[in-house]
Design a protein around this ligand. Structure first.
Ligand code: AMP
Ligand code: MN
Ligand code: MN
Length: 355
C-alpha cells in the first residue's frame, strides 16, 4: 500500500495532544499513514481561508456526502464561509441520503466558485469523478484530496490519502479533531453514514478495531443508529421491488460469475430514479456459486453504470481500471457506452480463467 508519499513523511507518529471527544480521548485513530507534513499544510490552509469549497464524487454515496457535510458543518461553526457540492448534471441529493444534516451547505455546480482559493475533495479517486466540478478543481489555487481509494491518481496539490482507512469519513474525523472541532450529533451522523456505508455495516474486511472505536465515539453523541440504518438500507418505493424482480428474472450464472442488468425502461415503468437500483448488486452478490457479481445499470442518459463485486479472490479494481473505472479490490465500477453483451465480453476477457 502506498499512502501519501508525496511528502515522504510516511508513518511518523502524530504530534500534539490527542483531541478530547465525547466518550473519552481519541488517539487519532485512522489516517496514521498520512504524513504529518501534509496534515500541517492542510491545517494551515484551512485556518487562513475565509471560504472553503468542498466537493465529493458524482452520484454521491454515504461516505462521499457524509464526509463532506461533516467537515462542512464543522468549518461553518468555526466561522468559515462554506460551499459544498458534487458535479452531477442532474444535481439532486440521492433519496437515501436526504436525512443527512447540513444540506443547506449544498449549492448546485452552477453556483460553485469558478476558481476557489481552497477546495477540498472527498472520496474521489480521480479528477474525473468530480464530474462538472473537475473544471473548478483545475482552476483552484489549492486542492486538498481526502480519499481512501488505493487507485487514487494523486491529483490535487495536497493528498490526505490512506488506502487503509475504512472510509473517507475516517480521514474527515481526523481533520475535524486536528482543527480542534468537536463532534456534535449532526456531525457524527454524517460521519457515521460514511463509516457504515463503506464497511457495509461493519461486515467488510475494512472493519477494523479502529472502525468500531470510531463508531463508539460517534454513537456516544446520541445519534440514532436505528433510524440511520432504516434510512440507508431498509426502505424503498414499491417500484424498487418490481424492478428488482425484473433484474432477478434475467440473472445469469456462468462459471463463477453472476450478472444481470437493469434498463432505464425497467425503471420508467415505475418512475424509479436511477439511484434506487444501486442496491441490486447487494442482492446479486450473495450467490454462493459465484465469486464475481456484476450489475449493469442504464442511467438516464443511456450509459451503463457497471457495479462489480468479488468475494476477495479476484481484484475487481484492476478489472474496472482496465475498463476506464476503478474502486476497491472487492467493490469496483466503471461506465460503459457499449451494449450489455459487449460490456460483459470486456469483463469476461479480464477475469482470471478458471483452471
Ligand atoms: P458502486 O458499484 O457504484 O457501489 O461502486 C463501487 C466502487 O467502485 C465505488 O466505491 C467506486 O470506488 C468505484 N467506482 C464505481 N463507479 C466508478 C467509475 N465510473 N469510475 C471509477 N470508479 C468507480
Ligand atoms: Mn464513494
Ligand atoms: Mn469511500
Amino acid at each position: 500500500m502506498t499512502p501519501d508519499v508525496r511528502d515522504g513523511a510516511r508513518g511518523r507518529p502524530s504530534r500534539g495532544a490527542p483531541a478530547r471527544v465525547l466518550g473519552g480521548t481519541a488517539e487519532r485513530p485512522g489516517g496514521q499513514a498520512v504524513g504529518e507534513t501534509a496534515w500541517t499544510r492542510v491545517l494551515s490552509l484551512v485556518r487562513q481561508a475565509d471560504e472553503v469549497a468542498l466537493a465529493c464524487h458524482v452520484s454521491p454515496d454515504g461516505d462521499a456526502l457524509g464526509s463532506m457535510l461533516a467537515v462542512g458543518l464543522v468549518l461553518r461553526s468555526m466561522g468559515k464561509r462554506v460551499v459544498a457540492s458534487f458535479g452531477d448534471r442532474n444535481f439532486a441529493v440521492p433519496r437515501l441520503l436526504r436525512f443527512l444534516p447540513g444540506q443547506d451547505l449544498l449549492v448546485p455546480p452552477a453556483g460553485y466558485p469558478a476558481e476557489p482559493d481552497l477546495m477540498i475533495t472527498f472520496d474521489s479517486s480521480t479528477l474525473d469523478r468530480l464530474g462538472l466540478l473537475a473544471v473548478n478543481a483545475g482552476k483552484a489555487r489549492e486542492v486538498v484530496v481526502m480519499d481512501h481509494h488505493p487507485s487514487n491518481t494523486g491529483f490535487g496539490t495536497i493528498g490526505i490519502i490512506d488506502p487503509d482507512a475504512a472510509a473517507t469519513a475516517v480521514l474527515a474525523e481526523q481533520l475535524i479533531y486536528r482543527l480542534g472541532g468537536g463532534l456534535d450529533r449532526d456531525v457524527a451522523t454524517c460521519l457515521y453514514a460514511g463509516l457504515v456505508t463503506d464497511t457495509g455495516s461493519f461486515r467488510h474486511s475494512s472493519t477494523t478495531a479502529s472502525a468500531h472505536e470510531m463508531a463508539a465515539r460517534l454513537v456516544a453523541t446520541g445519534l440514532r443508529t436505528d433510524e440511520i440504518a432504516r434510512e440507508l438500507w431498509d426502505r424503498s418505493p414499491f417500484g424498487y421491488l418490481k424492478v428488482l424482480g425484473a433484474a432477478l428474472e434475467r440473472v445469469t450464472l456462468e462459471d463463477g460469475l453472476i450478472w444481470t442488468y437493469v434498463t432505464r425502461l425497467d425503471r420508467a415503468a415505475y418512475g424509479l430514479p436511477y439511484e434506487e437500483v444501486e442496491a441490486i448488486i447487494d442482492v446479486v452478490r450473495r450467490t454462493d456459486e459465484a465469486e464475481v457479481a456484476v450489475v449493469l445499470k442504464e442511467d438516464d442518459l443511456g450509459a451503463w453504470q457497471v457495479s462489480t463485486r468479488s468475494k476477495g479472490a479476484v481484484d475487481m479494481a484492476a478489472v474496472c481500471a482496465a475498463l476506464g473505472g476503478g474502486g476497491h479490490r472487492s467493490a469496483a465500477g466503471f461506465t460503459s457506452h457499449e451494449s450489455v453483451e459487449a460490456t460483459m465480453d470486456n469483463i469476461r476477457a479480464l477475469l482470471p480463467r478458471k483452471a
